[in-house]
Write a protein that binds this ligand. Structure first.
Ligand SMILES: [Zn+2]
Length: 263
């Protein structure tokens, strides 16, 4: 069952085992297309709290290929919300999550973990081609890098994030064309700050946001409806929840004018 194709210090590739009948019930969901889903590939930028609440869902729905990128190391303080166990403390997150996800497979999913940040993977010209990317990092420089890189590749990116206080979060879908994440958050392109270590973090809001992100993947791959590209959710106050189709913003600085017709 533990079939390792290649293992090295910076990458691991594992394959899941198909379980006949495991997907029977979701095949009955209107609009869900198992064949399309199991042919699709998703690249996850990050393998921490956000992705821990998205990747297992994609795996259990039988995604074709999943790639995980993260340079961080598992710490004990991650175990309240991330898909790691005590045995994983001290290991690279992308590699450890790849191993932990293998046992959750219901299909022959190919899972690749890379112990690299997105920017490093881009520099090394690693093949990041996929049908959809998910950006689950905690800093704006990496979000900007993801927005720009995947747009140049013609790949949609789902951004998911939660607030420092753990009360609210959002999902934004940057499609192949049209509005980008900086059309929604204009200050993002000028923000080079990284969060301080030890910020508050809890599983429940990650779960809420993760569910919306996982659903968004389906909307990009098949005929499941999505009348929004921005969705926000608050645990404490439903009046703060919202959904919108954010438009292109005049003067958006995410992309150079010559390389961008839409922002
Ligand atoms: Zn934009």
């Amino acid at each position: 069952m533990q079939r390792a194709y290649t293992v090295s210090q910076t990458s691991i590739r594992l394959k899941g085992k198909a379980v006949p009948g495991a997907e029977d019930r979701q095949r009955l969901i209107p609009g869900f297309d198992q064949a399309a889903f199991s042919k699709a590939s998703v690249c996850c930028v990050g393998a921490g709290g956000i992705i821990s609440h998205i990747a297992p869902t994609l795996i259990r729905k039988g995604i074709g290929k999943l790639m995980l990128l993260d340079r961080d190391i598992v710490e004990p303080s991650n175990l309240n919300r991330q898909r790691f166990y005590e045995k994983d403390v001290g290991k690279n997150k992308a590699l450890a999550l790849t191993e932990n996800l293998q046992r959750e497979c219901i299909a022959a999913t190919e899972i690749t973990g890379l112990a690299l940040r997105l920017e490093e993977a881009i520099d090394r010209r690693i093949d990041l081609s996929c049908d959809a990317a998910i950006c689950g990092v905690d800093n704006n420089p990496a979000r900007v890098a993801a927005s720009r890189f995947f747009r140049t590749q013609g790949i949609p990116v789902i951004f998911a994030a939660v607030s420092r206080g753990g009360d609210h979060g959002y999902v934004f879908v940057q499609d192949r064309h049209g509005p980008c994440i900086a059309c929604l958050f204009p200050d993002m392109t000028d923000d080079d700050r990284y969060p301080c270590p030890g910020t508050p973090a809890i599983a429940d809001i990650l779960q809420a946001v993760g569910a919306l992100a996982a659903y968004s993947v389906d909307t990009l791959l098949m005929a499941r409806a999505r009348a929004w590209n921005y969705r926000r959710i608050s645990l404490a106050d439903g009046a703060l929840d919202g959904a919108a189709m954010v438009p292109d913003r005049q003067g958006c600085r995410m992309f150079a004018p010559e390389s961008n017709e839409h922002c």
